[in-house]
Ligand binder design. Sequence first.
Ligand code: TRP
Length: 364
Amino acid sequence: MERIILTGDRPTGKLHIGHYVGSLKMRKEMQDKGGYDKFYIEIADVQALTDNWDNPEKVRQNIIEVALDYLSIGLDPEKVTFFIQSQVKGLFELTCYYLDVVTLARLQRNPTIKSELKMRNFEGNIPMGFLTYPVSQAADITGFDATIIPVGDDQEPMIEQTREIVRSINNLYGETLFEPQAVLPENLVCRRLPGTDGNAKMSKSLGNCIYLSDDSETVRKKVMSMYTDPNHIRIEDPGKVEGNTVFTYLDAFSETSDFEKYLPEYKNLDDLKNAYKHGGVGDVKIKKFLYQVLEDELAPIREKRHYYEERIPEVYEILRKGTNDANKKCNEVVKRLEENMKINYFEDTELIKAQSMKYTPNGD
Ligand code: TRP
């Protein structure tokens, strides 16, 4: 079996540092490590439209932003195939056949869908496209024979749903599709980075994001106004580390070498946490440190983004080429499924012969 990696993002906004630690960074590491046969990254515009059908322009504008974010973190179009979901028509075909093996009750049980329906006030009047997007996502994955799916933890129910569809299809029509596995970041803090305001999720609609494309001054301002421990008022006061967003971000981003560089009075993060808990460490100090740590990571990303921002037509060419490749692969899978379902009527000479015999047994 080939080792095929696939993942994707909805083009509804620029990507932020939650996406970065939750998935993007891992993609870059997987790319650099190699040892795979193909690596696809999908810009999921069809999925984005399932809750933005009234605003296709937003989706249209953000495809390039997401592509720029990918390139800015060092994903390399020579090693990764980037494509746009809506332009791979085979995905619609697969979705349609998969819908036949999925029930309404099963879709309504998906915990990510449940919370998304609530968040969007869709509960009373559920749009079918939205409810069924996990089935379309199963097509995204199986349409490329992908088995290795680097994602954030909220995507696990989608991978589970995909595995169930794969089993149903294989049981019905014979071995056709492959079961995928989610690959999550090892550092638990990275699986769901909170927003700068301490809210459990970093999200555009909550306005609590640090974007990969933010300039240095914007990052500084956002870090300096981050949520810490509301009871840590004077420097001498003992402070809380749990639920303190600055420490959560340090857990996700800082390395011991950062202490030597920027905060040599502490050996490492545990040392700093202990001092903070005892009192005597001010919030400004930890925020300045976090800003420096983040800047080390974000400055080269920003620079690379600027390079590609000046070459937009080139970026569209990358997407066009990737989408062509993706179409080739997906069509193979559609063909395989149609053969196994025996709905490839025009290629089926046996069928045509047998039916001729049925009606004109003497051959005339
Ligand atoms: N649902 C994913 C998200 O919201 C995006 C996505 C679409 C995806 N298709 C995919 C992720 C296929 C992994 C594999 O982030």
